[in-house]
Design a protein around this ligand. Structure first.
Ligand code: B12
Length: 218
């Protein structure tokens, strides 16, 4: 990596940690103008920086206002990066329809939005049903949209059980086999996905694309 791009990355990380929205936007633009890849910036600057912010929050080194400011700055940066990913994409044929949302009582949506952008730019029709989505809303949307895949994002150990209750609702409604159901987000791993009978898990947005492509081929 060239020295200027390393400097930009570390300045962007600092602006995110400090919750400086305008500076984060400006540095994101500068990094893109310098030829940086938007997905690489997400995976190698944004995600590790926010993980560190999360660690600091958990360790009481920072408090809710700082967490919120970092979240706002990250959201502002991702809007710019998402627009860049969309502009570079341009696939029009639909590989399948995906209903995507963050589970009940969970309002984290930065990761979900990145997943949405990448899936859309790889040819999937993504119906984003938002955050804090009740199990019944996932089912209604899947049926209404005739979805191929239902994708749930969950960021907190306290909201992870909502992935299980959503799958259970599909089963109780006799609709489980009509859809592939996948999971992701910081508190999810493959073992949890297996335990609750999901059809797949991916650790990041690029992994989500590979997973969905595999699932619609079957
Ligand atoms: C930013 C942030 C916030 C922002 C969210 C802004 C927003 N619009 O999303 C704000 C300030 C609002 C917030 C609030 C809270 N937060 Co918060 N937050 C974070 C933080 C720092 C970063 C999350 C993030 O955006 N990461 C970056 C994105 C890109 O990563 P990602 O979401 O993991 O997504 C990637 C992958 O997981 C994957 N992926 C994501 N979804 C999906 C879905 C599918 C289907 C697939 C395949 C893949 C996939 O792809 C994405 C891209 O690569 C995390 C720390 C952490 N380690 O995650 C804490 C964290 C999640 N928050 C935490 C907490 C406790 C809270 C609050 C309860 C704080 C409070 N006291 O009020 C509230 C929760 C409110 C609620 N009801 O939801 C805790 C949760 C602890 C736990 N129980 O597990 C964490 C872990 C911090 C910590 N270590 O303590 N938070």
């Amino acid at each position: 990596m060239t020295e200027p791009s390393e400097r930009l990355r570390s300045e962007l990380s600092k602006a995110l940690r400090q919750g400086l929205v305008e500076e984060a936007k400006d540095l994101t633009q500068q990094a893109l103008s310098a030829g940086e890849d938007p997905l690489d910036l997400i995976q190698n600057v944004l995600v590790p920086t926010l993980s560190e912010v999360g660690r600091q929050f958990q360790a009481f080194e920072i408090f809710l206002p700082e967490l919120m400011a970092a979240g706002d700055a990250a959201q502002a940066a991702t809007h710019i990066l998402e627009a860049e990913i969309v502009a570079a994409g341009g696939q029009s044929a639909s590989l399948g329809t995906i209903v995507l949302g963050t589970v009940q009582n969970d309002i984290h949506d930065i990761g979900k939005n990145i997943v949405k952008t990448l899936l859309s730019s790889h040819g999937f029709k993504v119906i984003d049903i938002g955050r804090d989505v009740a199990p019944s809303k996932f089912l209604e949307a899947a049926e209404r949209e005739k979805a191929d895949i239902v994708a749930m994002s969950a960021l907190m150990t306290t909201t992870r059980p909502a992935t299980r209750s959503t799958i259970n609702l599909f089963t109780e409604a006799g609709a489980r086999l009509n859809y592939k159901i996948i999971l992701g987000g910081g508190c999810i791993d493959q073992a949890w996905a297996n335990e609750i009978g999901a059809d797949g898990y991916a650790a990041d947005a690029a992994g989500a694309v590979d997973l969905c492509k595999k699932l619609v081929q079957r």
